[in-house]
Design a protein around this ligand. Structure first.
Ligand code: PMP
Length: 370
């Protein structure tokens, strides 16, 4: 049998394993930060209608520039962040993972480096690697906030081309202060003085769940600052694969150099447009999830767990002597959470009230046993 390593694959991919949480058939699945609410039926109907219309023209390539979709995404961002942004400052792709990939293809690459503050979203490192971008692991403090002085020193010394700031951060739930982003932005530009600077990517995949306002307004007057977003979480549409970014229009022009032509299918564009028509209903679910997230924090603490303050639709909890054994203990009770490999900690996604109750019962039982 031929194995991967028998193939002439790139050296940096040798011995690596693909990213992916286990997709197990378990009664309560709270492991991938999905929205637990299926799309409401009127929206399902609207998607069917819009896709039917799109199907009539599937013999043609889709709108390569996704103009109608980007216009609606810009209107959504303007409405929800208070920062006026137009079509020219918004770009969309197949999930924010593809947005990040396009950014690294444009601003990273061989001979260049990217930094992120770990533990954080592991795809930042993985996509860096797969685009030939060197990865620099910046650290967080014990409370999982970014150590600004330490980060600035690391940026000054290593002069990265791309800086990832995940806010709210996955897997810790930690939001990043605007002042921190500004300090890192200034440090990154200063480190690259004499060049066109460094790109700072603020990953706001969970932005809608935060107690704080979006960091999007910071892009004003900062052409090297990019905010990425997704419809996978707040819009309850992980299966759609639609991510987007907001930035100076020059950034949007730049990613055109690497995007595949017609990368966003007509079916994807039609579905995303239908979902955007139902924004208010979907944001209503976000409010429910925020309340459930806050309840998880309170109840986990009452049970005696340590909990990291969360601005996302998930909660990091611990601390366990053996987090993997605790993960298995919860799985044995029918509840799947995520072991992100952060020593002592696990992560649970806020589900429906019933799912969260089942999770909390399982944690209580686990605590009693140990
Ligand atoms: N950024 C962060 C921080 C995430 O947690 C995720 C998904 N888990 C993504 C980006 C990618 O999401 P998607 O590709 O579904 O938009």
């Amino acid at each position: 049998m031929t194995r991967i390593d028998d193939l002439p694959i790139r050296d940096e991919l040798r011995g690596k394993t693909p990213y992916g949480a286990p997709q197990l058939d378990v009664p309560v699945r709270l492991n991938t930060n999905e929205n637990p609410y299926p799309l409401p039926e009127p929206l399902v109907e609207r998607i069917a209608e819009r896709v039917r219309e799109a199907a009539r023209e599937l013999n043609r390539y889709p709108d390569r520039d996704a103009v109608e979709l980007r216009t609606q995404l810009a209107a959504y961002l303007t409405r929800t962040t208070g920062h006026r942004i137009g079509l020219a400052g918004v770009w969309a792709a197949n999930g924010s993972n593809e947005v990040i990939q396009q950014l690294l293809q444009t601003f990273g690459g061989p001979g260049r480096t990217a930094i992120g503050f770990e533990p954080s979203y592991s795809m930042h490192a993985l996509i860096s690697r797969s685009t030939g971008t060197g990865w620099i692991s910046g650290a967080r403090r014990a409370d999982f906030t970014i150590d600004v002085e330490g980060a600035k020193a690391q940026i000054a010394a290593l002069r990265p081309d791309v800086v990832f700031v995940c806010s709210p951060n996955n897997p810790t739930g930690t939001a990043v202060e605007a002042d921190t982003v500004l300090a890192l932005y200034e440090a990154a530009q200063a480190a690259k003085a004499g060049t066109a600077g460094a790109i700072v990517v603020v990953d706001e995949a969970y932005g809608e769940f935060s107690h704080r306002p979006s960091l999007l307004p910071l892009i004003e007057g900062r052409p090297n600052l990019v905010v990425s977003r997704t419809m996978s979480k707040a819009f309850g549409a992980a299966g759609l694969r639609l991510g987007y970014l907001a930035a100076d229009p020059a950034v949007v022009d730049a990613v055109q150099l690497v995007r595949l032509p017609y990368h966003l299918s007509a079916v994807t564009q039609a579905t995303a447009l239908a979902a955007l028509e139902h924004t208010d209903t979907l944001l209503g679910y976000v409010e429910q999830l925020k309340a459930e997230r806050d309840r998880l924090v309170t109840e986990l603490r009452a049970i005696g767990c340590e909990v990291t303050e969360s601005d996302a639709n998930f909660v990091q909890f611990g601390r366990f002597e053996d987090a993997h054994a605790a993960w298995q203990g919860l799985l044995d009770r029918g509840v799947l959470v995520r072991d992100n490999g952060v020593p002592g900690w696990l992560r649970v996604t806020a589900g429906t009230p019933a799912e969260n109750d089942a999770f909390l019962d399982a944690v209580r039982e686990l605590k009693k046993e140990n």
